[in-house]
Design a protein around this ligand. Structure first.
Ligand code: LMR
Length: 337
Protein backbone atom coordinates (compact mmCIF):
# COMPACT_ATOMS: atom_id res chain seq x y z
CA UNK A 1 0.00 0.00 0.00
CA UNK A 2 1.37 3.38 -0.94
CA UNK A 3 2.13 5.93 1.74
CA UNK A 4 -0.53 8.28 0.36
CA UNK A 5 -3.28 5.58 0.55
CA UNK A 6 -2.31 4.65 4.14
CA UNK A 7 -2.48 8.27 5.35
CA UNK A 8 -5.81 8.85 3.69
CA UNK A 9 -7.19 5.76 5.54
CA UNK A 10 -5.74 6.76 8.93
CA UNK A 11 -7.18 10.26 8.87
CA UNK A 12 -10.88 9.30 9.09
CA UNK A 13 -10.04 6.70 11.77
CA UNK A 14 -8.36 9.36 13.90
CA UNK A 15 -11.35 11.65 13.41
CA UNK A 16 -13.75 8.92 14.55
CA UNK A 17 -11.59 8.21 17.62
CA UNK A 18 -11.50 11.90 18.53
CA UNK A 19 -15.26 12.25 18.09
CA UNK A 20 -15.87 9.18 20.27
CA UNK A 21 -13.65 10.57 22.99
CA UNK A 22 -15.42 13.91 22.86
CA UNK A 23 -18.84 12.25 23.01
CA UNK A 24 -18.00 10.09 26.00
CA UNK A 25 -16.48 13.08 27.79
CA UNK A 26 -19.62 15.14 27.27
CA UNK A 27 -21.85 12.21 28.26
CA UNK A 28 -19.83 11.87 31.43
CA UNK A 29 -20.18 15.58 32.07
CA UNK A 30 -23.93 15.30 31.49
CA UNK A 31 -24.15 12.44 33.96
CA UNK A 32 -21.99 14.07 36.66
CA UNK A 33 -24.08 14.54 39.81
CA UNK A 34 -24.77 18.04 41.06
CA UNK A 35 -22.83 18.80 44.23
CA UNK A 36 -24.72 20.38 47.11
CA UNK A 37 -22.47 21.78 49.84
CA UNK A 38 -23.53 21.86 53.50
CA UNK A 39 -21.19 23.80 55.75
CA UNK A 40 -21.34 24.12 59.53
CA UNK A 41 -19.16 25.10 62.47
CA UNK A 42 -19.69 22.32 64.99
CA UNK A 43 -18.23 18.83 65.40
CA UNK A 44 -19.73 15.76 63.71
CA UNK A 45 -20.87 14.22 67.01
CA UNK A 46 -23.46 16.95 67.59
CA UNK A 47 -27.15 17.28 66.62
CA UNK A 48 -26.22 19.52 63.67
CA UNK A 49 -23.29 17.35 62.59
CA UNK A 50 -25.45 14.21 62.63
CA UNK A 51 -28.38 15.92 60.93
CA UNK A 52 -26.16 17.05 58.04
CA UNK A 53 -24.80 13.52 57.55
CA UNK A 54 -28.32 12.07 57.62
CA UNK A 55 -29.41 14.63 55.02
CA UNK A 56 -26.48 13.58 52.82
CA UNK A 57 -27.34 9.89 53.03
CA UNK A 58 -31.07 10.45 52.34
CA UNK A 59 -30.51 12.71 49.32
CA UNK A 60 -27.89 10.40 47.81
CA UNK A 61 -30.10 7.36 48.39
CA UNK A 62 -33.17 8.99 46.85
CA UNK A 63 -31.51 10.83 43.96
CA UNK A 64 -28.63 8.48 43.13
CA UNK A 65 -26.21 9.77 40.52
CA UNK A 66 -28.12 13.06 40.32
CA UNK A 67 -27.07 14.85 43.50
CA UNK A 68 -24.27 14.44 46.02
CA UNK A 69 -24.10 16.30 49.32
CA UNK A 70 -20.68 17.32 50.62
CA UNK A 71 -20.70 18.10 54.33
CA UNK A 72 -17.99 20.35 55.80
CA UNK A 73 -18.00 20.37 59.65
CA UNK A 74 -15.86 22.36 62.15
CA UNK A 75 -15.75 25.64 60.13
CA UNK A 76 -13.59 23.79 57.56
CA UNK A 77 -15.19 25.53 54.62
CA UNK A 78 -16.86 28.62 56.10
CA UNK A 79 -17.06 29.96 59.66
CA UNK A 80 -19.44 32.23 61.54
CA UNK A 81 -18.17 35.36 59.82
CA UNK A 82 -18.74 34.29 56.23
CA UNK A 83 -21.16 31.37 55.90
CA UNK A 84 -24.19 33.50 55.14
CA UNK A 85 -22.45 35.66 52.57
CA UNK A 86 -21.07 32.48 50.97
CA UNK A 87 -24.64 31.15 50.79
CA UNK A 88 -25.78 34.25 48.93
CA UNK A 89 -22.88 33.83 46.48
CA UNK A 90 -23.91 30.18 45.92
CA UNK A 91 -20.52 28.98 47.19
CA UNK A 92 -22.47 26.78 49.60
CA UNK A 93 -26.10 25.69 49.30
CA UNK A 94 -27.06 24.86 52.91
CA UNK A 95 -25.94 26.27 56.26
CA UNK A 96 -27.57 26.08 59.70
CA UNK A 97 -26.35 28.97 61.86
CA UNK A 98 -27.67 29.46 65.34
CA UNK A 99 -30.66 31.81 65.48
CA UNK A 100 -28.36 34.32 67.20
CA UNK A 101 -26.30 34.79 64.04
CA UNK A 102 -28.84 36.33 61.65
CA UNK A 103 -28.88 39.85 63.07
CA UNK A 104 -27.40 41.38 59.91
CA UNK A 105 -30.34 40.01 57.92
CA UNK A 106 -33.27 40.37 60.33
CA UNK A 107 -33.93 41.63 63.84
CA UNK A 108 -37.02 39.42 64.17
CA UNK A 109 -35.00 36.36 65.18
CA UNK A 110 -33.58 38.27 68.16
CA UNK A 111 -36.67 36.87 69.85
CA UNK A 112 -34.93 33.54 70.43
CA UNK A 113 -32.04 35.20 72.31
CA UNK A 114 -34.22 36.83 74.98
CA UNK A 115 -33.00 35.37 78.28
CA UNK A 116 -35.42 33.13 80.19
CA UNK A 117 -38.05 33.24 77.43
CA UNK A 118 -38.76 29.54 76.90
CA UNK A 119 -39.28 27.21 79.84
CA UNK A 120 -38.26 24.08 77.99
CA UNK A 121 -37.82 22.53 74.54
CA UNK A 122 -41.51 21.54 74.35
CA UNK A 123 -42.38 25.22 74.52
CA UNK A 124 -39.78 25.95 71.81
CA UNK A 125 -41.35 23.27 69.60
CA UNK A 126 -44.86 24.56 70.13
CA UNK A 127 -43.85 28.07 69.23
CA UNK A 128 -41.79 27.12 66.18
CA UNK A 129 -44.58 24.99 64.74
CA UNK A 130 -47.16 27.75 65.32
CA UNK A 131 -48.10 30.26 62.63
CA UNK A 132 -45.84 32.90 64.23
CA UNK A 133 -42.89 30.52 64.35
CA UNK A 134 -43.37 29.42 60.75
CA UNK A 135 -43.62 33.05 59.63
CA UNK A 136 -40.13 33.69 60.99
CA UNK A 137 -38.71 31.12 58.55
CA UNK A 138 -39.56 33.63 55.81
CA UNK A 139 -38.30 36.71 57.66
CA UNK A 140 -35.16 37.03 55.50
CA UNK A 141 -36.73 36.26 52.12
CA UNK A 142 -36.26 39.81 50.89
CA UNK A 143 -32.55 39.47 51.65
CA UNK A 144 -32.41 36.29 49.56
CA UNK A 145 -32.31 33.83 52.48
CA UNK A 146 -34.97 31.17 52.94
CA UNK A 147 -35.52 29.23 56.18
CA UNK A 148 -36.27 25.56 55.54
CA UNK A 149 -36.67 24.40 59.13
CA UNK A 150 -35.64 24.72 62.76
CA UNK A 151 -33.12 22.38 64.31
CA UNK A 152 -32.50 22.08 68.05
CA UNK A 153 -29.41 21.93 70.13
CA UNK A 154 -30.75 22.77 73.58
CA UNK A 155 -30.72 25.20 76.45
CA UNK A 156 -27.54 27.12 77.26
CA UNK A 157 -25.50 26.94 80.46
CA UNK A 158 -22.85 29.36 81.70
CA UNK A 159 -19.31 28.14 82.05
CA UNK A 160 -16.46 30.05 83.69
CA UNK A 161 -13.10 29.80 85.37
CA UNK A 162 -14.77 30.65 88.71
CA UNK A 163 -18.14 29.52 90.15
CA UNK A 164 -21.10 31.63 89.02
CA UNK A 165 -23.80 31.30 91.65
CA UNK A 166 -25.30 34.78 91.75
CA UNK A 167 -25.37 37.50 89.07
CA UNK A 168 -22.71 39.52 90.91
CA UNK A 169 -20.25 36.64 90.39
CA UNK A 170 -20.21 37.56 86.69
CA UNK A 171 -19.32 41.18 87.35
CA UNK A 172 -16.26 42.40 85.42
CA UNK A 173 -15.74 38.98 83.80
CA UNK A 174 -15.30 38.57 80.05
CA UNK A 175 -17.72 36.20 78.30
CA UNK A 176 -17.54 35.07 74.71
CA UNK A 177 -20.88 35.52 72.98
CA UNK A 178 -22.22 34.89 69.48
CA UNK A 179 -22.65 37.99 67.31
CA UNK A 180 -25.93 39.09 68.90
CA UNK A 181 -26.82 42.42 70.49
CA UNK A 182 -29.36 40.71 72.75
CA UNK A 183 -26.67 38.44 74.16
CA UNK A 184 -24.41 41.45 74.63
CA UNK A 185 -27.16 43.23 76.58
CA UNK A 186 -27.80 40.07 78.63
CA UNK A 187 -24.21 40.05 79.93
CA UNK A 188 -24.08 43.83 80.36
CA UNK A 189 -27.16 43.47 82.57
CA UNK A 190 -24.99 41.64 85.12
CA UNK A 191 -22.05 44.06 84.64
CA UNK A 192 -20.04 41.49 82.71
CA UNK A 193 -18.09 42.17 79.50
CA UNK A 194 -19.44 40.43 76.39
CA UNK A 195 -16.94 39.63 73.63
CA UNK A 196 -18.35 38.70 70.20
CA UNK A 197 -16.19 35.94 68.71
CA UNK A 198 -16.66 33.13 66.19
CA UNK A 199 -17.26 29.65 67.55
CA UNK A 200 -13.99 28.35 66.08
CA UNK A 201 -11.99 30.62 68.44
CA UNK A 202 -13.74 29.83 71.72
CA UNK A 203 -11.57 26.94 72.94
CA UNK A 204 -8.31 28.89 72.52
CA UNK A 205 -9.76 32.02 74.10
CA UNK A 206 -10.78 29.99 77.15
CA UNK A 207 -7.58 27.99 77.29
CA UNK A 208 -5.35 31.07 77.16
CA UNK A 209 -7.59 32.86 79.68
CA UNK A 210 -8.13 35.71 77.23
CA UNK A 211 -11.75 35.40 78.38
CA UNK A 212 -13.24 34.07 81.60
CA UNK A 213 -16.29 32.25 80.38
CA UNK A 214 -18.92 31.57 77.76
CA UNK A 215 -22.47 30.25 77.38
CA UNK A 216 -23.37 27.15 75.45
CA UNK A 217 -25.25 23.85 75.40
CA UNK A 218 -24.05 20.64 77.02
CA UNK A 219 -23.44 19.26 73.53
CA UNK A 220 -21.13 22.09 72.43
CA UNK A 221 -19.36 22.29 75.79
CA UNK A 222 -18.67 18.57 75.50
CA UNK A 223 -17.85 18.16 71.80
CA UNK A 224 -15.52 21.18 71.73
CA UNK A 225 -13.96 20.26 75.08
CA UNK A 226 -14.73 23.62 76.73
CA UNK A 227 -15.21 21.68 79.99
CA UNK A 228 -11.51 20.82 79.97
CA UNK A 229 -10.58 24.50 80.21
CA UNK A 230 -13.41 25.80 82.42
CA UNK A 231 -13.48 24.90 86.10
CA UNK A 232 -17.23 25.47 86.62
CA UNK A 233 -20.48 25.07 84.73
CA UNK A 234 -23.62 26.71 86.08
CA UNK A 235 -26.75 24.79 85.17
CA UNK A 236 -28.76 27.88 84.35
CA UNK A 237 -30.84 26.86 81.30
CA UNK A 238 -31.12 30.60 80.78
CA UNK A 239 -31.37 30.75 77.01
CA UNK A 240 -31.85 28.77 73.85
CA UNK A 241 -29.37 27.56 71.24
CA UNK A 242 -31.37 26.60 68.19
CA UNK A 243 -30.65 26.71 64.47
CA UNK A 244 -32.35 27.62 61.25
CA UNK A 245 -31.40 25.51 58.25
CA UNK A 246 -31.28 28.03 55.42
CA UNK A 247 -30.64 28.10 51.70
CA UNK A 248 -30.57 30.91 49.17
CA UNK A 249 -33.86 31.75 47.59
CA UNK A 250 -32.39 31.86 44.08
CA UNK A 251 -30.74 28.43 44.37
CA UNK A 252 -33.90 26.91 45.83
CA UNK A 253 -36.23 28.32 43.16
CA UNK A 254 -33.89 27.18 40.38
CA UNK A 255 -34.11 23.52 41.45
CA UNK A 256 -36.44 21.35 39.33
CA UNK A 257 -39.61 21.14 41.43
CA UNK A 258 -39.68 17.33 41.68
CA UNK A 259 -36.04 17.30 42.92
CA UNK A 260 -36.76 20.16 45.32
CA UNK A 261 -39.59 18.13 46.86
CA UNK A 262 -37.30 15.15 47.44
CA UNK A 263 -34.55 17.35 48.90
CA UNK A 264 -37.02 19.12 51.21
CA UNK A 265 -38.55 15.84 52.41
CA UNK A 266 -35.03 14.51 53.09
CA UNK A 267 -34.18 17.62 55.05
CA UNK A 268 -37.35 17.40 57.13
CA UNK A 269 -36.50 13.81 58.02
CA UNK A 270 -32.89 14.71 58.80
CA UNK A 271 -34.04 17.54 61.06
CA UNK A 272 -36.39 15.21 62.98
CA UNK A 273 -33.46 12.82 63.37
CA UNK A 274 -31.18 15.65 64.57
CA UNK A 275 -33.81 16.83 67.04
CA UNK A 276 -34.03 13.36 68.60
CA UNK A 277 -30.24 13.37 68.98
CA UNK A 278 -30.38 16.84 70.55
CA UNK A 279 -32.89 15.64 73.14
CA UNK A 280 -30.77 12.60 74.02
CA UNK A 281 -27.54 14.59 74.22
CA UNK A 282 -28.74 16.94 76.94
CA UNK A 283 -28.36 14.19 79.54
CA UNK A 284 -25.69 12.16 77.79
CA UNK A 285 -23.15 14.94 77.22
CA UNK A 286 -23.94 16.53 80.58
CA UNK A 287 -23.20 13.21 82.27
CA UNK A 288 -20.00 12.69 80.27
CA UNK A 289 -18.76 16.11 81.44
CA UNK A 290 -19.63 15.35 85.08
CA UNK A 291 -17.95 11.93 84.83
CA UNK A 292 -14.77 13.55 83.51
CA UNK A 293 -14.48 15.55 86.76
CA UNK A 294 -12.73 18.32 84.82
CA UNK A 295 -15.53 20.81 85.55
CA UNK A 296 -17.64 21.24 88.68
CA UNK A 297 -21.39 21.60 88.34
CA UNK A 298 -22.97 24.64 89.96
CA UNK A 299 -26.63 23.75 90.64
CA UNK A 300 -28.77 26.80 91.38
CA UNK A 301 -31.52 26.88 93.98
CA UNK A 302 -34.85 28.32 92.79
CA UNK A 303 -34.04 31.56 94.67
CA UNK A 304 -30.58 31.86 93.15
CA UNK A 305 -31.93 31.27 89.64
CA UNK A 306 -34.62 33.86 90.27
CA UNK A 307 -31.89 36.45 90.87
CA UNK A 308 -30.47 35.78 87.39
CA UNK A 309 -33.97 36.11 85.94
CA UNK A 310 -34.51 39.42 87.75
CA UNK A 311 -31.17 40.77 86.53
CA UNK A 312 -31.43 39.66 82.90
CA UNK A 313 -35.09 39.78 81.96
CA UNK A 314 -35.30 43.61 81.83
CA UNK A 315 -33.23 43.29 78.64
CA UNK A 316 -36.42 42.26 76.80
CA UNK A 317 -37.83 45.78 76.74
CA UNK A 318 -34.85 47.13 74.76
CA UNK A 319 -35.56 44.79 71.86
CA UNK A 320 -39.34 44.63 72.02
CA UNK A 321 -39.97 47.21 69.30
CA UNK A 322 -37.84 45.48 66.66
CA UNK A 323 -38.92 41.94 67.52
CA UNK A 324 -42.60 42.85 67.89
CA UNK A 325 -44.67 42.65 71.08
CA UNK A 326 -47.02 40.13 69.48
CA UNK A 327 -44.17 37.76 68.69
CA UNK A 328 -42.92 37.91 72.27
CA UNK A 329 -46.46 37.27 73.55
CA UNK A 330 -46.88 34.30 71.21
CA UNK A 331 -43.58 32.84 72.38
CA UNK A 332 -44.47 33.33 76.03
CA UNK A 333 -47.86 31.71 75.48
CA UNK A 334 -46.13 28.55 74.27
CA UNK A 335 -44.92 28.01 77.86
CA UNK A 336 -48.41 27.57 79.22
CA UNK A 337 -49.98 24.78 77.22
C1 LMR B 1 -21.86 29.05 69.01
O1 LMR B 1 -21.33 29.86 68.24
O2 LMR B 1 -21.62 29.00 70.22
C2 LMR B 1 -22.85 28.07 68.43
O3 LMR B 1 -23.76 28.78 67.66
C3 LMR B 1 -22.18 27.05 67.60
C4 LMR B 1 -23.19 26.15 66.97
O4 LMR B 1 -23.40 26.24 65.75
O5 LMR B 1 -23.77 25.37 67.70
Amino acid sequence: MSLITRTSLLKPLAQIAAATLLMSASLQALAAPVELKFSHVVAENTPKGQMALKFKSLVEERLPGEYVVSVYPNSQLFGDNNELSALLLDDVQFVAPSLSKFERYTKKLQLFDLPFLFEDMDAVNRFQQSESGQKLLRSMKRKGILGLGYLHNGMKQFSASTPLVLPEDAQGKKFRIMASDVLAAQFQAVDAIPVKKPFSEVFTLLQTRAIDGQENTWSNIYSKKFYEVQSHITESNHGLLDYMVVTSNSFWQALPSDKRDVIKASLDEAIAYGNDIAAAKVNKDRQAILDSKRSKLVALTAEQRQQWVAAMKPVWSKFEAKIGKDMIKAAEASNRQ
